[in-house]
Design a protein around this ligand. Sequence first.
Ligand SMILES: C[S@@+](CC[C@H](N)C(=O)[O-])C[C@H]1O[C@@H](n2cnc3c(N)ncnc32)[C@H](O)[C@@H]1O
Ligand SMILES: [Zn+2]
Length: 275
Amino acid sequence: MRRDALAVLCCPACAGALVADGDAAVLDDGAACCAACGARHPIRGGVLDLLGAPRPATAAQWVNELRLTAWAYERTWRPHALSLLSGEPFGEAREAALLVAAVADAPAGAFVDLACSSGRYARVLAGMAPQRTVIGIDCSAAMLVEAQRRARVARLPISYVRADALAPPLRPATAAAVVMGGSLNEIADAPGALAAMARSAMPGAALFLMTLLGAGSTAGRLLQRLLQPGGLQFFDGAALDGHIRAAGFAISDRRIHRSVALISGRRHAPADSGG
Ligand SMILES: C[S@@+](CC[C@H](N)C(=O)[O-])C[C@H]1O[C@@H](n2cnc3c(N)ncnc32)[C@H](O)[C@@H]1O
Ligand SMILES: [Zn+2]
């Protein structure tokens, strides 16, 4: 991770500032310490761990902790996921173009990919804006090891942090863009996750979400019902829009391709009425 990312992050225990020894711009191994409560958070292989021992809550999260899942995710499922789910050609370049458009006129500041897995969105963001601080957050250590490996291979300066997307260790109103690809379906408290994204986002910050809605077909509904006990949930489109707006975002672009929703928005200032 990069030292400059510490200016955006904070201690998960007390929200104090995090500092690291030395003056190296890139922190590979060591620790970030809280200037307020003294907690010592390890940095291993370039990844800052703010969670401690693994504690997956659902079957889906347990699967995400496996090294095999992390290895296979972008090699198998991810490149084809949107085409399979939408029923039309929807490659990674098409999805990335929507992500780039959503954050193109974001204010100055850090870009944050929440529940980033192996960092697909974080790499797109770092590639389009190499001068920005780009942070990827996930609770799976295995996913973050793979994310860090991919960022190194691509020579992209992304800072990966193991933390809970429901309580992201970000200073309030510091993120210029908050993005989340496919993970809202795995997070039990989706309104809580959106509210956490809004707290981290500065006024005018960009939002980009890719998430899955309830299927329209009988077979799709049956499959989704089978996946629900594993910790996955599928949204009603209007309810999801309501959660996004209630969190403090105005929706600027909304594309639905079967059960795939791609939503762009803006964090409005607390006094704004939103959209
Ligand atoms: C569908 S994958 C994410 C895909 C990735 N964003 C992408 O665009 O390819 C879901 C990810 O969410 C993470 N996750 C689930 N709940 C989380 C939480 N509460 N905090 C942080 N990460 C979480 C899992 O570890 C997993 O890596
Ligand atoms: Zn602290």
